[in-house]
Write a protein that binds this ligand. Structure first.
Ligand SMILES: [Zn+2]
Ligand SMILES: [Zn+2]
Ligand SMILES: [Zn+2]
Length: 230
């Protein structure tokens, strides 16, 4: 039954966004059972990764990015997580390898060339109070997760593999194929109510849309005072 043991754990190799230290963490399928979110911390205490799943159907992984100073959302289908392959946790913007998930040997091979104590590119990455309202953000991510699981998150251009970046106050959905952007705010109860009413999220081809409590009260986006700071 050795195969079962190998397939129920994966190794995470990831540099800490705070202190730059490269560390390995073992994750097991068991650890992800019955928990809402699994937090993986560096030995310095900084948060490195948050993994969330619903019955192992799909894993949603929040990866802090030192380049973008945001969090990129990665999704790994449940079947692929434990299949012995390596999952690259890449920066959506630059393609930089932020970390690897996979069998111990393969992951260690990939990181063997890395300098052990290279400093992180940016040291002022916010951790503890990253979100303006972490309860709301958590619920909004939950809603998005449900929508994505129903296959109801897609772009008009036909792309169903939408990038999600997580900011302190919002989610930015981005279609790489046609460069459309959709913003979902996640700061207050009103923002949560908006996404709770949504059945599907369709990115407008080549477009820019904003899903928030202000937008839904007929005010135009420009008048909301909320800006996309990119
Ligand atoms: Zn650290
Ligand atoms: Zn990035
Ligand atoms: Zn598109």
């Amino acid at each position: 039954m050795e195969n079962n043991i190998i397939n129920s754990t994966v190794q995470l190799a990831m540099r800490c966004p705070e202190c730059g230290k490269l560390e390995y963490h073992e994750l097991s399928r068991f650890q992800l059972s019955g928990v809402k979110s699994l937090y993986i911390n560096c030995s310095c205490g900084a948060e490195k990764l948050i993994i969330k799943t619903k019955k192992h159907k799909e894993y949603w992984i929040q990866v802090p990015c030192v380049v973008c100073e945001t969090r990129h959302l990665h999704t790994i289908p449940g079947k692929l997580m434990w299949n012995g392959g390596v999952h690259y946790l890449l920066c959506h913007e630059t393609g930089l390898e932020l970390g690897f998930l996979g069998p111990e040997e393969k992951v260690k091979e990939l990181t063997s060339g890395y300098e052990e104590d290279l400093k992180a590119l940016a040291s002022e990455f916010p951790d503890d109070d990253y979100f303006h309202n972490s309860d709301i953000m958590y619920e909004v991510l939950n809603c998005l997760h449900d929508i994505a699981e129903r296959d109801a998150l897609y772009c008009q251009c036909g792309n169903r593999d939408v990038d999600v970046d997580i900011f302190p106050d919002r989610l930015e959905l981005h279609c790489k194929e046609c460069d459309s952007v959709n913003i979902i705010y996640a700061e207050n109860e009103e923002d949560l109510k908006v996404i709770q009413k949504v059945d599907n999220i369709e990115l407008v081809q080549n477009g820019f849309e904003c899903l928030d409590s202000y937008a839904s009260t007929k005010k135009s986006y420009k008048n909301t005072g909320r800006k996309r700071n990119k």
